[in-house]
Design a protein around this ligand. Structure first.
Ligand code: GLU
Length: 456
């Protein structure tokens, strides 16, 4: 067993942002890779925003992604409580240590942290006033991703606000100490806090953990990091849009990390990701969100499902969209889904993809209609084909193909020349699953009925 202890320390706001999910995932991966422990700690110091509902969204999202925690809410553990709102006593005790060591002072009703070093005053352009600064020894952080980062704190900072609430820096560090955290893996936006945190660890007489600051996730296009309003930013949306959690997890693992082994496919089993995940594979440069890449991965995952699992996941989407109802015939549904599965980019795209299998009143795409009539009159093409299909007794894909082939030869044309009109008459579309299997699944009765209606 390893002594690695990592934590995900979100402040739940009601959304599970992809950036948070990625931080959670990287911590989880590192714990699973090393055989250490993954701790969920809730930084719920903002009573207005950190509601129970917000917590539920977060934990549901983590569970959906398969990120189980070894210690934390619902899981228990020796270092609880795992909610900052319930750790007041611990913060008071730790603060006392700093007070007794002479590392604090009071000013304007707040408790300040006193940096060590020579003090001097300097005119501050920003504050338009003289401020007291400190020549403190620079803090050197050996960041596991960014390498050596050096930074000097030169201003004392507040530990406990006037209202009696301890600030983020204090509670974050105290929790990392009291929970025995060995590695802090968090977003690069926290790098600016880390020198303060290191100062605090030292003041408590504790070696700081290893820090690993992971790159930002930029929005699909343009500058700036992904905000919660950007399409694809919220984990809960992926669930409702029918993405597979394994696909989303696979994709997120590659936002800022790569296995550096020239693989062909980015589709990786979670066991493999766990095995390969480590700090050297984390990029320094920012990652950019790419919805197409995520969709492509999701398609691969959907294709890899057996048809029963696919049908199980797909049915609610088809019911929700009104494509099928409880009266649908099970075998027919399975046959349709087997055919459409490879074409589905997501479960939410499925109703549109296969609606015509379940109703005779499908929409006839106008562009396709115009394109087809331009070549030759589809009615002229399809009239003899209707006669042929009506009379043909074996309605399998192969048999239908053979019959059409024979007929096309007798007419001196290629069999494929019939396909666009046939597909259009039967589905109203220009694309879809392979045509012959599509006819087989639709069955003779539907095919004949639809061709008759089309020709009428
Ligand atoms: N609550 C902080 C956040 O959500 C935690 C930062 C950290 O991981 O140390 O950004």
């Amino acid at each position: 067993m390893s002594n690695v202890r990592v934590r995900f320390a979100p402040s739940p706001t009601g959304f599970f942002h992809i950036g948070s999910a990625r931080t959670a995932l990287f911590n989880w991966l590192y714990a699973r890779h090393t055989g250490g422990k993954f701790i969920l700690r809730i930084e719920d110091t903002d009573k207005e925003r950190n509601t129970n509902e917000a917590l539920r969204v977060l934990m549901d999202g983590m569970r959906w992604l398969g990120l189980d925690w070894d210690e934390g809410p619902d899981a228990g553990g020796d270092c609880g409580p795992y909610f900052q709102s319930q750790r007041q006593q611990i913060y008071t005790t730790y603060l006392k240590q700093l007070i007794e060591a002479g590392r604090t002072y009071e000013k304007d009703g707040a408790v300040w942290f006193k940096l060590e070093g020579e003090r001097y005053t300097q005119y501050d352009e920003y504050k338009k006033a003289e401020v007291e600064k400190v020549r403190a020894a620079p803090v050197v952080i050996q960041d596991a991703v960014r390498g050596k980062v050096e930074r000097s704190e030169e201003l004392d900072f507040v530990l406990v606000r006037k209202d009696g609430n301890p600030v983020f820096h204090l509670v974050n560090v105290v929790d990392d100490i009291s929970m025995g955290i060995t590695h802090v893996i968090r977003g690069e936006d926290h790098l600016s806090n880390t020198s303060k945190h290191v100062e605090l660890f030292r003041a408590f007489g504790v070696d700081p953990p290893v820090f690993a600051h992971i790159p930002l996730i930029l929005k699909q296009s343009g500058p700036g990091k992904m905000s919660k309003r950007d399409q694809g930013a919220l984990i809960e949306d992926y669930e409702s849009r029918g993405f597979l959690p394994a696909a989303v997890r696979n994709y997120i693992s590659l936002l800022g990390w790569n296995p550096k082994d020239d693989r062909e496919s980015e589709k990786m089993e979670i066991e493999e990701i766990i095995e390969l995940f480590d700090f050297p594979g984390i990029n320094k440069g920012n990652a950019r969100f790419d919805e197409q890449k995520l969709s492509a991965l999701n398609t691969e995952y959907l294709r890899a499902l057996n048809v029963e699992s696919f049908a199980f996941l797909a049915a609610p989407f088809l019911i929700e969209a009104g494509t099928i109802d409880a009266t649908v015939e099970e075998d027919y549904l399975q046959a349709v889904l087997r055919l459409c599965q490879p074409k589905a980019r997501s479960l939410e795209s499925l109703p549109e993809l296969c609606r015509y299998f379940f109703t005779d009143s499908y929409l006839m795409d106008e562009k396709t209609a115009a394109k087809i009539s331009k070549k030759s009159d589809p009615k002229v093409i399809l009239t003899p084909i209707l006669t042929l299909l009506k009379a043909h007794d074996c309605f399998t894909a192969d048999a239908i193909y053979e019959a059409l082939q024979d007929y096309s030869e007798s007419q001196g044309v290629k069999v494929f020349s019939y396909f666009p009109a046939l597909r259009f008459a039967l589905s109203g579309q220009s694309g879809g699953p392979d045509l012959m299997p599509m006819l087989e699944v639709l069955g003779r009765a539907r095919v004949v009925r639809r061709l008759q209606a089309f020709l009428a």
